[in-house]
Design a protein around this ligand. Structure first.
Ligand SMILES: Cc1cc2nc3c(=O)[nH]c(=O)nc-3n(C[C@H](O)[C@H](O)[C@H](O)COP(=O)(O)OP(=O)(O)OC[C@H]3O[C@@H](n4cnc5c(N)ncnc54)[C@H](O)[C@@H]3O)c2cc1C
Length: 417
C-alpha cells in the first residue's frame, strides 16, 4: 500500500487552498477528489442562465496544481477512513484502492438538504455541481422555447432566498425581460423567513427585495413549501395555502452533509450537527485525532458561514499546522472580510467590515471585481470578462451556445443575437 505525508480530500475551495499552501513547504500531498474540476460554485447560477460557459468556472484541478511538484491529484471517491491505522479507502474507475497518510485533511463540502423531504430532490433542480447547472440551463432553454400558452413552462419557482436563490431568481427574470421577450414569464421567490437574504438583514435585505420586485419577481416571504408533486408546488403562509403550477422548481433552501462526514464522525468519535456536519474542535481537528482535520462546508464551528472564504482560510490554516508553521492546537479564528450577493444586472449588495455597506451599481462593480480576482486561472478570468461584457452590456448569453434546446434550435440563435 502506498503512503504519503498528507491526503487532502476534495478539490473545492478548502482542498485547493490546503494543497497550495502545503506545496510551499514541498510536503508530499495527494489530493483525492470525486470530480476532475475545481468548481467555482458562486458562479454556478451564471452557467445555469447562460451568462458563462461551463469551463470558465471549472478548470481541471490537475492543471491548476500542475506546477506544484509535491502535489499529485487522483480522481476517486473516498468511502472509508481508518483513523487508527491512518488509511483511507477510495473508489476509482479501475477499482478500490487504499492510501496511507501522516495527516488527513477532509474538505468534502455539503449536498443539498430538503428538510426531511428527500423525494423533492427528484422533483426540483439544485445548484451544487456543474452537472446541476448544465441540466438546469438546458431545461430553462427548453421552457423558454415553449409556446406562450403553456403557462407552467413559463412559471419558475425558486425556493430559498439566500444569495443563490436571489441570484437565480434575478437572472431567470432577466432572461425573460431581456432575452426571451416573446413569451410571458412569472418568477416566484419563496422564503420561509420574513425577508430575502435573511443573514444580511436591514437595508441590504430591503434593497434586494425592492430590486427584485421592481424587476417583476414575486417575492413570497414568511412562506414555506409544503408539497412538490406533478408540476405543482404548494406553499403556505400562515393559514393561507396556494398552489403554483410550474415545470421548474429550483431548490436552494438547505444543506446536508455528504456521506464522508458520517464516515469521519464514525472513525473519530466526532459529533455532528442536525445537518450532519462535523462539529470540529477549535483547531479544526476531528474527534479525538490530532492528525485528522476537516474544513469548509462539511464542518460546523462557532457559527461561521458556509462560504468560500471560510473554507480557504481553514485550508491554509491546517496546512500551516501540518507544515509546522503554526503550533498544533492553535485555535482557528475566521477573519470576516464581508459578503456579497448579486440581485440582477447592475445591482448587488455588499456587507463589508466596519459597517460599510454598498448597494446597486457600486455593489455590482465590487462583486464583479472580487469574483474575477478569485476565479482560478488567467484564461478563465479573461473568458469570464468577455462573457460578462457580452451578457451584461450586450444581450448575448454565451453559455446557451453550448446547449441545443430539446424543443427548438431557434432559441439558441435568438439568445446569441
Ligand atoms: C450555488 C452556490 C452559490 C454560492 N455562492 C457563494 C458566494 O457567493 N460566496 C461565498 O463565499 N460562497 C458561496 N457559496 C459557498 C461556497 O461555494 C462554499 O462555501 C465552498 O465551496 C466550500 O468549499 P469546500 O472546500 O468546503 O467544499 P466544496 O467547494 O463544495 O468542495 C467539495 C469537494 O469535495 C469533493 N468530494 C465530496 N465528497 C467526496 C468524497 N467522498 N471523496 C472525494 N471527494 C469528495 C467534491 O467533488 C468537491 O471537489 C456558494 C455555494 C453554492 C452551491
Amino acid at each position: 500500500m502506498r503512503t504519503t505525508d498528507v491526503v487532502v480530500i476534495g478539490s473545492g475551495f478548502g482542498g485547493l487552498a490546503a494543497a497550495k499552501r502545503l506545496a510551499k513547504s514541498k510536503v508530499e500531498t495527494v489530493l483525492i477528489s470525486a470530480t476532475d474540476e475545481h468548481l467555482f460554485q458562486p458562479l454556478l447560477y451564471q452557467v445555469a442562465t447562460g451568462v458563462l460557459e461551463s469551463e470558465e468556472i471549472a478548470p481541471n484541478i490537475a492543471d491548476v496544481l500542475a506546477s506544484r511538484d509535491s502535489v499529485s491529484v487522483v480522481r476517486g471517491y473516498v468511502t472509508a477512513v481508518d483513523a487508527q491505522n491512518k488509511v483511507i479507502t477510495y473508489r476509482t474507475d479501475a477499482g478500490v484502492e487504499e492510501l496511507g497518510y501522516r495527516s488527513l485533511v477532509a474538505a468534502a463540502g455539503v449536498a443539498q438538504g430538503y428538510f426531511g423531504h428527500d423525494e423533492w430532490a427528484d422533483r426540483t433542480f439544485s445548484l451544487k455541481t456543474l452537472d446541476d447547472a448544465v441540466t438546469l440551463r438546458a431545461h430553462l432553454l427548453d421552457c423558454f422555447a415553449q409556446p406562450a400558452g403553456e403557462a407552467d413552462a413559463h412559471t419558475y419557482v425558486v425556493v430559498g432566498a439566500g444569495a443563490t436563490g436571489v441570484e437565480i431568481a434575478g437572472q431567470i427574470r432577466e432572461l425573460s425581460t431581456r432575452h426571451f421577450t416573446d413569451v410571458p414569464a412569472k418568477v416566484y421567490l419563496v422564503e420561509g423567513a420574513d425577508d430575502v437574504l435573511p443573514v444580511y438583514g436591514g437595508k441590504l435585505s430591503t434593497f434586494a427585495r425592492r430590486t427584485l420586485e421592481r424587476s417583476g419577481v414575486e417575492v413570497l416571504t414568511g412562506t414555506v413549501v409544503t408539497d412538490i408533486s406533478d408540476g405543482r408546488v404548494t406553499v403556505r403562509s400562515g393559514a393561507d395555502e396556494r398552489v403554483l403550477e410550474s415545470r421548474t422548481v429550483v431548490w436552494s433552501a438547505g444543506v446536508q452533509a455528504t456521506g464522508l462526514a458520517k464516515v469521519m464522525a464514525d472513525a473519530t468519535g466526532c459529533a455532528t450537527d442536525r445537518a450532519g456536519r462535523l462539529l470540529v474542535n477549535d483547531d479544526l481537528t476531528v474527534g479525538d485525532r490530532d492528525d485528522v482535520f476537516a474544513i469548509g462546508d462539511m464542518t460546523s464551528l462557532k457559527g461561521y458561514p458556509g462560504q468560500s472564504p471560510v473554507a480557504m482560510q481553514q485550508g491554509r490554516f491546517v496546512a500551516d499546522v501540518i507544515r509546522g508553521k503554526k503550533p498544533s492546537g492553535t485555535e482557528f479564528v475566521y477573519l470576516d472580510k464581508g459578503s456579497m450577493a448579486v440581485v440582477n444586472r447592475h445591482n448587488a449588495v455588499v456587507d463589508a467590515p466596519f459597517g460599510i455597506t454598498l448597494t446597486g451599481a457600486l455593489g455590482w462593480i465590487t462583486w464583479l471585481g472580487v469574483h474575477l480576482y478569485y476565479l482560478v486561472g488567467f484564461r478563465n478570468q479573461a473568458a469570464a470578462v468577455a462573457s460578462w461584457f457580452r451578457s451584461f452590456v450586450g444581450r448575448a448569453r454565451p453559455g446557451f451556445a453550448q446547449v441545443v434546446p430539446a424543443s427548438s434550435t431557434e432559441v439558441e440563435d435568438r439568445s446569441a443575437a
